[in-house]
Design a protein around this ligand. Structure first.
Ligand SMILES: [Zn+2]
Length: 594
């Protein structure tokens, strides 16, 4: 096999016959099956007893598994070759089929809600034990549901309301271009390209890029503010109509968490912001600055070695890191390479970024990344394989309905995998500079994900508070609220250029319709996994089956119960503090390299 073949995935395993005609047939068959399912059950679920409900749920899971492969095939083929006309046509067909399947299944949650309103105790029937938590989540949402007619009006109005505002924000950002002088030459760059200079080694260039981008974003503040004002005001309207207890309630339902837990998490962050500020001051000293500018926060260190890794080296490192954690997991990771479930070749027309998709019926996963051999590519590989570890464990133990992972838990395997590769790399580096650069990357990432992202939650809450007080959210007021939230987190540890008050304008997470407070699961996951890693360091081998059980449980239990099973009480600040303590430990190791 040639080197480039090894770095391309083999999608043929996903389907019975690797033939486009067959795949199109199967896509059509999936729609027909969904429509027949609807004919069998529509209008009846409200009257089902426990056994009938069990049969219906099992049937739905069987159909999901039966047609899963062709959809993965079609979408992955397109991501691998987005300029290929055949791939484009097939992905179009898969998208259309997937929409029809979803439409045909739209009655299920509504009728389940109806059933659980009439008969809430059916959830506790022993016959339905396997689906207990799946049904509990629906039962929890029931009190906030509106009538079917009202829900339909909301969907129809949202299309031209908050969804249109959200699309305008995304479309406008995607079509902006910025002028930047690089090496004496003026370049015009779209948003997606100019941001690569944010982490450029040249400090002056980094500062200028921030000035140019945020100055121009600020020029359009009337548009961004209008979109954000409409989306946030609409949300508050829905809070009242649906009788959600607070603007955050919707996110608690979606993420399967509760207020007590998220409050404990954010109190811990607030109490420990000084730890992050001190790290930023330390980084400033190391770079030789009095204070970091905002353009320096994620900057590389001056003496970062530009070590390269071959595909083989990276594979060996990552598989070894997982094998040392657990042999079975290590063998699965090896299988991901051997069965060619990873597309890592760099080529034109391939989707950028990286992801891992679960292949439930094959009890495996597929990964896409573009591997250039730099250290961050090795980290990305370990991260995505962590998702694969989750998939291998979860699909062996759970039906698809119980593998609908909360955003808070979804990054558990992946961040843990990053820590395993961190440990592996630290154990084998030869120079102090290499060690320092790895630890700086780890601390920068943790700081950004735990603290910068937490700032966004304070900011979002401030937006709702302002609207409730009758204030008009224009660009200046929104910027003022952003700066207040930011300064509460960073104190005086960073110098900000004035243009940075427009930071909120580009962040699509603030404009996501019907999914508010999108950001806190990142903070949750980061601290949760660091806390677990600390436990791993304390308990050693004894901890391994605990993590495997947690991942294997999929969504069959709430994040709170999953944590309780390995001895964590996530409603307590002491638990989240363990995550911060691990961050402190990395900072200490970093300081020791100076
Ligand atoms: Zn991930």
């Amino acid at each position: 096999m040639t080197e480039s073949m090894k770095m391309k995935w083999d999608l043929s395993q996903l389907v019975e016959f690797d033939d486009l005609g067959y795949i199109e047939e199967q896509l059509a068959a999936s729609v027909k099956a969904a429509e027949e399912f609807s004919e069998r059950h529509r209008g009846k679920i409200g009257t089902y007893n426990a056994k009938q409900l069990l049969d219906m749920l099992e049937e739905s899971d069987r159909e999901t598994l039966q047609y899963e492969g062709v959809f993965i095939y079609a979408f992955r083929m397109y991501d691998a070759e987005m300029n290929n006309d055949v791939a484009k046509r097939l992905a179009d067909k898969a998208r259309a089929a997937s929409m029809l399947v979803q439409q045909a299944a739209a009655f299920i949650p509504l009728e389940l809600g109806e059933l659980l309103t009439k008969n809430p105790s059916i959830v506790d029937d022993p016959v339905l034990l396997e689906y207990k938590h799946f049904l509990e989540k629906i039962r929890r949402a029931v009190p906030y549901m509106l009538s079917e007619a009202e829900e339909k009006v909301i969907i129809a109005k949202d299309k031209n309301g908050i969804r249109a505002w959200s699309q305008l924000q995304g479309d406008w950002l995607a079509t902006r271009a910025y002028e930047l002088e690089i090496d004496g030459e003026i370049k015009t760059l779209p948003y997606g390209e100019i941001i690569q200079y944010y982490q450029h080694p040249d400090r002056e260039l980094r500062r200028r890029v921030h000035e140019v981008v945020y100055h121009d974003l600020g020029n359009d503040n009337i548009l961004w503010a209008a979109a954000l004002r409409a989306i946030c005001s609409d949300h508050l309207q829905m809070v009242k109509m649906r009788k959600w207890e607070s603007p955050m309630t919707q996110s608690f339902l979606v993420n399967d968490v509760d207020e007590e837990t998220i409050n404990a998490l954010f109190n811990t962050i607030k109490k420990n912001r000084g730890v992050y500020q001190d790290y930023l001051r330390l980084k400033a000293r190391l770079l030789g600055f009095k204070k970091l500018g905002n353009w320096d926060i994620m900057a590389p260190l001056n003496d970062t070695p530009d070590k390269k890794y071959t595909w083989e080296e990276s594979q060996n490192l990552v598989v070894k890191a997982y094998s040392e954690f657990d042999e079975e997991v290590g063998a699965w990771m090896q299988e991901m390479f051997q069965r060619r479930h990873i597309d890592a070749e760099v080529r034109n027309g391939k989707r950028s970024g990286a992801y891992c998709v679960t292949w439930h019926s094959g009890k495996s996963a597929y990964i896409l990344q573009s591997f250039n051999g730099i250290m961050s590519d090795v980290f990305t590989q370990a991260h995505e394989l962590g998702h694969a570890m989750h998939a291998y464990l979860g699909t062996r133990a759970q039906k698809p309905s119980n593998y609908d992972i909360s955003y808070c838990v979804a990054e558990t395997g992946s961040i843990f995998g990053e820590l395993l590769i961190t440990e592996k790399l630290l154990n084998q580096v030869k120079t102090k500079e290499e060690r320092r650069s790895i630890l700086a990357t780890v601390c920068d990432e943790f700081g950004d994900t735990a603290f910068q992202v937490a700032t966004r939650i304070w900011f979002e809450s401030a937006l709702y508070e302002a609207i409730e007080k009758g204030k008009y959210l224009d660009g200046d007021l929104i910027s003022k609220l952003w700066v207040e939230a930011r300064d509460m987190m960073y104190g005086d540890s960073v110098e900000w250029i004035d243009e940075m008050r427009w930071w909120w304008t580009f962040k699509l997470h603030f404009y996501m319709p019907s999914l508010r407070y999108y950001n806190y699961p990142y903070v949750y996951a980061q601290l949760f996994v660091y806390a677990m890693y600390r436990l791993y360091k304390e308990q050693g081998r004894e901890f391994v089956p605990k993590l495997k059980a947690l991942l294997a449980a999929g969504s069959s239990k709430s994040p709170r119960d999953l944590a309780a099973e390995i001895g964590f009480n996530i409603t307590k600040e002491e638990f989240w503090q363990k995550g911060i303590d691990q961050f402190k430990e990395f900072i200490k190791q970093f300081e020791e390299t100076l």
